[in-house]
Design a protein around this ligand. Structure first.
Ligand code: ZN
Length: 339
Protein backbone atom coordinates (compact mmCIF):
# COMPACT_ATOMS: atom_id res chain seq x y z
CA UNK A 1 0.00 0.00 0.00
CA UNK A 2 1.54 3.24 -1.13
CA UNK A 3 0.40 5.84 1.37
CA UNK A 4 2.19 7.75 4.10
CA UNK A 5 0.54 6.46 7.27
CA UNK A 6 1.40 9.57 9.30
CA UNK A 7 -0.06 11.92 6.74
CA UNK A 8 -3.10 9.70 6.33
CA UNK A 9 -3.89 9.66 10.07
CA UNK A 10 -3.32 13.39 10.51
CA UNK A 11 -5.51 14.15 7.49
CA UNK A 12 -8.25 11.86 8.82
CA UNK A 13 -8.28 13.81 12.08
CA UNK A 14 -7.90 17.30 10.70
CA UNK A 15 -8.90 17.94 7.09
CA UNK A 16 -10.81 14.70 6.40
CA UNK A 17 -9.41 14.73 2.86
CA UNK A 18 -7.69 11.34 3.31
CA UNK A 19 -8.40 8.72 0.68
CA UNK A 20 -8.61 5.72 2.97
CA UNK A 21 -9.75 5.41 6.58
CA UNK A 22 -6.77 4.71 8.88
CA UNK A 23 -7.02 1.69 11.16
CA UNK A 24 -5.38 2.46 14.47
CA UNK A 25 -4.54 0.92 17.80
CA UNK A 26 -5.49 3.56 20.32
CA UNK A 27 -6.57 2.89 23.08
CA UNK A 28 -3.27 1.05 23.53
CA UNK A 29 -3.19 -2.42 21.99
CA UNK A 30 -1.01 -4.88 23.94
CA UNK A 31 -1.46 -8.47 22.81
CA UNK A 32 0.14 -11.25 24.85
CA UNK A 33 0.47 -13.39 21.70
CA UNK A 34 2.64 -10.74 20.04
CA UNK A 35 4.63 -10.03 23.21
CA UNK A 36 5.50 -13.72 23.44
CA UNK A 37 6.66 -13.66 19.81
CA UNK A 38 8.89 -10.69 20.64
CA UNK A 39 10.16 -12.19 23.91
CA UNK A 40 8.92 -9.30 26.06
CA UNK A 41 6.69 -9.45 29.11
CA UNK A 42 4.97 -7.51 31.89
CA UNK A 43 5.75 -5.74 34.09
CA UNK A 44 9.15 -5.00 32.47
CA UNK A 45 7.31 -3.81 29.36
CA UNK A 46 6.10 -0.83 31.39
CA UNK A 47 9.54 0.26 32.60
CA UNK A 48 12.19 -0.70 30.04
CA UNK A 49 12.48 1.66 27.07
CA UNK A 50 13.48 -1.04 24.55
CA UNK A 51 10.64 -3.32 25.63
CA UNK A 52 8.15 -0.44 25.60
CA UNK A 53 9.16 0.40 22.04
CA UNK A 54 8.87 -3.27 21.03
CA UNK A 55 5.36 -3.59 22.50
CA UNK A 56 4.18 -0.32 20.92
CA UNK A 57 5.57 -1.38 17.53
CA UNK A 58 4.18 -4.93 17.69
CA UNK A 59 0.68 -3.80 16.71
CA UNK A 60 2.13 -2.40 13.49
CA UNK A 61 4.80 -5.06 12.84
CA UNK A 62 2.65 -8.16 13.30
CA UNK A 63 -0.91 -7.15 12.49
CA UNK A 64 -0.54 -3.96 10.47
CA UNK A 65 -2.34 -1.50 12.74
CA UNK A 66 -1.34 1.97 11.58
CA UNK A 67 -0.20 3.50 14.85
CA UNK A 68 2.18 2.83 17.72
CA UNK A 69 0.88 3.89 21.12
CA UNK A 70 2.63 4.40 24.42
CA UNK A 71 2.53 4.32 27.45
CA UNK A 72 0.10 1.47 28.15
CA UNK A 73 -1.72 1.90 31.47
CA UNK A 74 -3.95 4.31 33.36
CA UNK A 75 -1.69 4.84 36.41
CA UNK A 76 1.26 6.23 34.44
CA UNK A 77 0.55 9.82 35.56
CA UNK A 78 -0.51 8.99 39.13
CA UNK A 79 2.77 7.16 39.70
CA UNK A 80 4.81 10.10 38.39
CA UNK A 81 2.82 12.44 40.66
CA UNK A 82 3.89 10.42 43.70
CA UNK A 83 1.48 7.50 44.16
CA UNK A 84 2.68 3.95 44.61
CA UNK A 85 1.44 1.82 41.74
CA UNK A 86 1.26 -1.95 41.24
CA UNK A 87 1.90 -3.25 37.73
CA UNK A 88 0.70 -6.77 37.02
CA UNK A 89 2.73 -9.53 35.38
CA UNK A 90 -0.09 -10.73 33.10
CA UNK A 91 -1.55 -7.66 31.37
CA UNK A 92 -1.12 -3.92 30.93
CA UNK A 93 -3.39 -2.90 33.79
CA UNK A 94 -2.14 -1.10 36.87
CA UNK A 95 -3.55 0.13 40.13
CA UNK A 96 -2.71 2.68 42.80
CA UNK A 97 -1.72 0.98 46.05
CA UNK A 98 -0.78 4.00 48.13
CA UNK A 99 -1.41 7.72 47.75
CA UNK A 100 0.17 10.61 49.64
CA UNK A 101 -2.73 12.92 48.68
CA UNK A 102 -6.06 14.12 50.02
CA UNK A 103 -8.58 16.33 48.23
CA UNK A 104 -8.20 19.31 50.58
CA UNK A 105 -4.46 19.76 50.05
CA UNK A 106 -4.04 18.17 46.63
CA UNK A 107 -1.05 19.46 44.69
CA UNK A 108 0.26 18.19 41.36
CA UNK A 109 3.90 19.01 40.67
CA UNK A 110 4.15 20.10 37.01
CA UNK A 111 7.69 18.64 37.02
CA UNK A 112 6.13 15.16 37.25
CA UNK A 113 7.06 14.66 33.60
CA UNK A 114 10.61 13.82 34.78
CA UNK A 115 9.49 11.14 37.25
CA UNK A 116 8.73 7.41 37.40
CA UNK A 117 8.28 5.93 33.91
CA UNK A 118 8.40 9.20 31.94
CA UNK A 119 12.14 8.87 31.13
CA UNK A 120 11.61 5.33 29.75
CA UNK A 121 8.61 6.49 27.71
CA UNK A 122 10.63 9.40 26.27
CA UNK A 123 13.49 7.06 25.32
CA UNK A 124 11.07 4.53 23.82
CA UNK A 125 9.53 7.28 21.67
CA UNK A 126 12.97 8.18 20.32
CA UNK A 127 13.74 4.52 19.59
CA UNK A 128 10.51 4.30 17.55
CA UNK A 129 11.20 7.56 15.73
CA UNK A 130 14.70 6.36 14.74
CA UNK A 131 13.33 3.10 13.42
CA UNK A 132 10.08 4.16 11.69
CA UNK A 133 9.71 7.08 9.31
CA UNK A 134 6.07 7.03 8.41
CA UNK A 135 4.17 5.14 11.15
CA UNK A 136 2.29 7.48 13.49
CA UNK A 137 3.41 7.50 17.12
CA UNK A 138 0.55 8.28 19.48
CA UNK A 139 1.20 9.54 23.00
CA UNK A 140 -1.36 8.25 25.48
CA UNK A 141 -2.37 10.09 28.64
CA UNK A 142 -5.27 10.27 31.05
CA UNK A 143 -7.55 13.25 31.65
CA UNK A 144 -7.96 15.38 34.79
CA UNK A 145 -10.74 13.48 36.56
CA UNK A 146 -9.27 10.12 35.63
CA UNK A 147 -5.84 10.93 37.08
CA UNK A 148 -7.46 12.57 40.11
CA UNK A 149 -9.44 9.35 40.56
CA UNK A 150 -6.20 7.33 40.36
CA UNK A 151 -4.66 9.58 43.03
CA UNK A 152 -7.61 9.80 45.44
CA UNK A 153 -10.07 7.04 44.53
CA UNK A 154 -12.88 7.99 42.17
CA UNK A 155 -15.71 7.11 44.58
CA UNK A 156 -14.45 9.66 47.08
CA UNK A 157 -13.91 12.30 44.38
CA UNK A 158 -17.49 11.85 43.12
CA UNK A 159 -18.86 12.15 46.67
CA UNK A 160 -16.84 15.33 47.14
CA UNK A 161 -18.36 16.73 43.93
CA UNK A 162 -21.70 16.72 45.80
CA UNK A 163 -20.50 18.13 49.09
CA UNK A 164 -17.55 20.43 48.30
CA UNK A 165 -17.47 21.10 44.62
CA UNK A 166 -15.13 24.09 44.91
CA UNK A 167 -12.47 21.92 46.54
CA UNK A 168 -12.77 19.40 43.71
CA UNK A 169 -12.55 22.21 41.16
CA UNK A 170 -9.32 23.43 42.76
CA UNK A 171 -7.84 19.93 42.63
CA UNK A 172 -8.90 19.49 38.98
CA UNK A 173 -7.33 22.86 38.09
CA UNK A 174 -4.12 21.80 39.80
CA UNK A 175 -4.19 18.51 37.88
CA UNK A 176 -4.83 20.23 34.56
CA UNK A 177 -1.80 22.52 34.98
CA UNK A 178 0.35 19.40 35.35
CA UNK A 179 -1.31 17.57 32.44
CA UNK A 180 -0.66 20.56 30.17
CA UNK A 181 3.06 19.98 30.86
CA UNK A 182 2.56 16.43 29.59
CA UNK A 183 0.88 17.73 26.42
CA UNK A 184 3.79 20.12 25.91
CA UNK A 185 6.22 17.26 26.40
CA UNK A 186 4.37 15.31 23.67
CA UNK A 187 4.59 18.40 21.44
CA UNK A 188 8.34 18.59 22.03
CA UNK A 189 8.78 14.88 21.38
CA UNK A 190 7.00 15.42 18.05
CA UNK A 191 4.46 12.73 18.68
CA UNK A 192 2.02 12.52 15.76
CA UNK A 193 -1.16 12.48 17.84
CA UNK A 194 -2.33 12.19 21.43
CA UNK A 195 -5.06 9.91 22.80
CA UNK A 196 -6.50 11.13 26.10
CA UNK A 197 -8.43 8.63 28.24
CA UNK A 198 -11.18 10.00 30.45
CA UNK A 199 -13.06 6.88 31.65
CA UNK A 200 -14.08 8.69 34.84
CA UNK A 201 -15.96 11.13 32.63
CA UNK A 202 -18.44 8.43 31.59
CA UNK A 203 -22.00 9.75 31.97
CA UNK A 204 -22.97 7.18 34.62
CA UNK A 205 -20.18 8.56 36.84
CA UNK A 206 -20.40 12.25 35.99
CA UNK A 207 -23.73 13.61 34.75
CA UNK A 208 -23.40 15.63 31.52
CA UNK A 209 -24.18 19.03 33.17
CA UNK A 210 -21.43 18.38 35.74
CA UNK A 211 -18.99 17.30 33.03
CA UNK A 212 -19.78 20.55 31.26
CA UNK A 213 -19.27 22.65 34.39
CA UNK A 214 -16.21 20.88 35.81
CA UNK A 215 -14.39 19.43 32.83
CA UNK A 216 -15.21 21.29 29.61
CA UNK A 217 -13.09 24.36 30.50
CA UNK A 218 -10.18 22.07 31.50
CA UNK A 219 -10.39 19.93 28.37
CA UNK A 220 -10.46 23.16 26.34
CA UNK A 221 -7.24 24.28 28.04
CA UNK A 222 -5.62 20.91 27.41
CA UNK A 223 -6.54 20.76 23.71
CA UNK A 224 -5.48 24.41 23.25
CA UNK A 225 -1.99 23.47 24.50
CA UNK A 226 -1.54 20.74 21.89
CA UNK A 227 0.22 21.32 18.56
CA UNK A 228 -0.83 17.88 17.36
CA UNK A 229 -4.22 16.21 16.83
CA UNK A 230 -5.88 14.95 20.04
CA UNK A 231 -8.44 12.17 20.37
CA UNK A 232 -10.63 11.84 23.47
CA UNK A 233 -11.62 8.33 24.60
CA UNK A 234 -14.55 7.78 26.97
CA UNK A 235 -15.63 4.19 27.71
CA UNK A 236 -19.06 2.60 27.52
CA UNK A 237 -22.22 4.39 26.49
CA UNK A 238 -20.81 7.90 26.11
CA UNK A 239 -23.71 9.16 23.96
CA UNK A 240 -25.16 11.36 26.76
CA UNK A 241 -21.68 12.94 27.06
CA UNK A 242 -21.23 13.37 23.29
CA UNK A 243 -22.09 17.07 23.17
CA UNK A 244 -19.35 17.80 25.73
CA UNK A 245 -16.90 15.47 24.00
CA UNK A 246 -17.49 17.08 20.60
CA UNK A 247 -17.21 20.68 21.76
CA UNK A 248 -13.93 20.85 23.70
CA UNK A 249 -11.38 21.19 20.90
CA UNK A 250 -10.52 17.56 20.19
CA UNK A 251 -9.83 16.50 16.60
CA UNK A 252 -11.39 13.11 17.31
CA UNK A 253 -13.52 11.22 19.80
CA UNK A 254 -12.98 7.48 20.27
CA UNK A 255 -16.23 5.76 21.19
CA UNK A 256 -17.18 2.28 22.36
CA UNK A 257 -19.55 -0.10 20.60
CA UNK A 258 -22.19 0.84 23.22
CA UNK A 259 -22.72 3.93 21.06
CA UNK A 260 -24.21 3.72 17.57
CA UNK A 261 -21.83 5.66 15.31
CA UNK A 262 -24.82 7.14 13.47
CA UNK A 263 -26.17 8.65 16.70
CA UNK A 264 -22.79 10.17 17.53
CA UNK A 265 -22.58 11.53 13.95
CA UNK A 266 -26.04 13.07 14.39
CA UNK A 267 -24.89 14.96 17.51
CA UNK A 268 -21.80 16.08 15.62
CA UNK A 269 -23.91 17.39 12.76
CA UNK A 270 -26.33 19.16 15.08
CA UNK A 271 -23.43 20.93 16.79
CA UNK A 272 -21.60 21.69 13.55
CA UNK A 273 -18.56 20.15 15.24
CA UNK A 274 -15.30 19.49 13.36
CA UNK A 275 -14.43 16.64 15.75
CA UNK A 276 -14.24 13.32 13.91
CA UNK A 277 -16.08 10.29 15.33
CA UNK A 278 -13.73 7.27 15.62
CA UNK A 279 -14.22 3.72 16.82
CA UNK A 280 -15.75 1.32 17.62
CA UNK A 281 -15.09 -2.40 17.01
CA UNK A 282 -16.26 -4.34 20.05
CA UNK A 283 -13.29 -5.52 22.09
CA UNK A 284 -15.05 -8.19 24.14
CA UNK A 285 -17.94 -9.43 21.99
CA UNK A 286 -16.05 -9.37 18.70
CA UNK A 287 -12.26 -8.95 18.80
CA UNK A 288 -11.84 -11.29 21.77
CA UNK A 289 -14.65 -13.80 21.26
CA UNK A 290 -15.55 -14.05 17.59
CA UNK A 291 -13.98 -15.03 14.28
CA UNK A 292 -12.11 -12.92 11.72
CA UNK A 293 -15.25 -13.07 9.52
CA UNK A 294 -17.36 -11.51 12.27
CA UNK A 295 -14.72 -8.81 12.77
CA UNK A 296 -14.83 -8.04 9.06
CA UNK A 297 -18.61 -7.64 9.11
CA UNK A 298 -18.44 -5.25 12.03
CA UNK A 299 -15.68 -3.23 10.33
CA UNK A 300 -17.79 -2.84 7.20
CA UNK A 301 -20.69 -1.48 9.27
CA UNK A 302 -18.39 1.02 11.03
CA UNK A 303 -16.92 2.18 7.70
CA UNK A 304 -20.40 2.50 6.21
CA UNK A 305 -21.21 4.79 9.15
CA UNK A 306 -18.16 6.84 8.24
CA UNK A 307 -15.86 6.49 11.25
CA UNK A 308 -12.95 8.90 10.85
CA UNK A 309 -10.42 6.40 12.20
CA UNK A 310 -11.24 2.72 12.60
CA UNK A 311 -10.35 1.74 16.18
CA UNK A 312 -11.03 -0.91 18.79
CA UNK A 313 -13.89 0.23 21.08
CA UNK A 314 -11.62 0.29 24.14
CA UNK A 315 -8.37 -1.36 25.29
CA UNK A 316 -8.41 -4.80 23.68
CA UNK A 317 -8.39 -7.92 25.83
CA UNK A 318 -4.71 -8.94 26.09
CA UNK A 319 -5.50 -12.52 25.04
CA UNK A 320 -7.38 -11.50 21.90
CA UNK A 321 -6.23 -13.58 18.92
CA UNK A 322 -3.99 -11.53 16.63
CA UNK A 323 -5.88 -12.97 13.63
CA UNK A 324 -8.92 -10.97 14.73
CA UNK A 325 -6.98 -7.72 14.99
CA UNK A 326 -5.40 -8.43 11.61
CA UNK A 327 -8.93 -8.91 10.23
CA UNK A 328 -9.67 -5.26 11.06
CA UNK A 329 -6.87 -4.21 8.72
CA UNK A 330 -7.82 -6.74 6.03
CA UNK A 331 -11.47 -5.64 6.13
CA UNK A 332 -10.47 -2.00 5.78
CA UNK A 333 -8.26 -2.94 2.83
CA UNK A 334 -11.03 -4.91 1.16
CA UNK A 335 -13.47 -2.04 1.73
CA UNK A 336 -11.20 0.39 -0.09
CA UNK A 337 -10.07 -2.12 -2.75
CA UNK A 338 -6.46 -2.18 -1.54
CA UNK A 339 -4.38 -5.25 -2.34
ZN1 ZN B 1 -12.52 2.54 27.12
Amino acid sequence: MDINLKENLIAALTTEDNEITPVGSFPATCMIELMEKEGVSWPKGHTDAEDMATIAASAYEHVGLESMVLPFDLCFEAEALGCEVALTDHDNSSQTTHSPFDIETFEADPDFIHNARFPAMIEATKILQDKYDDVPIVGAMSGPITVLGQCLGIEGVLKDVNTKVNTVEDALDEMTTALIEQVELYNELEMDAIVLYEPNGAPELLAPPLFKQLLNPLHEEITAASDIPMVLHVCGNSLPQMENMLSTGYQGVSIADDVDVNEAQAVRQQLGSDTVVCGNISVTDTLFMKSPEAVKEEVKVALDKNVGVLLPACMIAPLSPSENIKAMVQARNEYFGIE
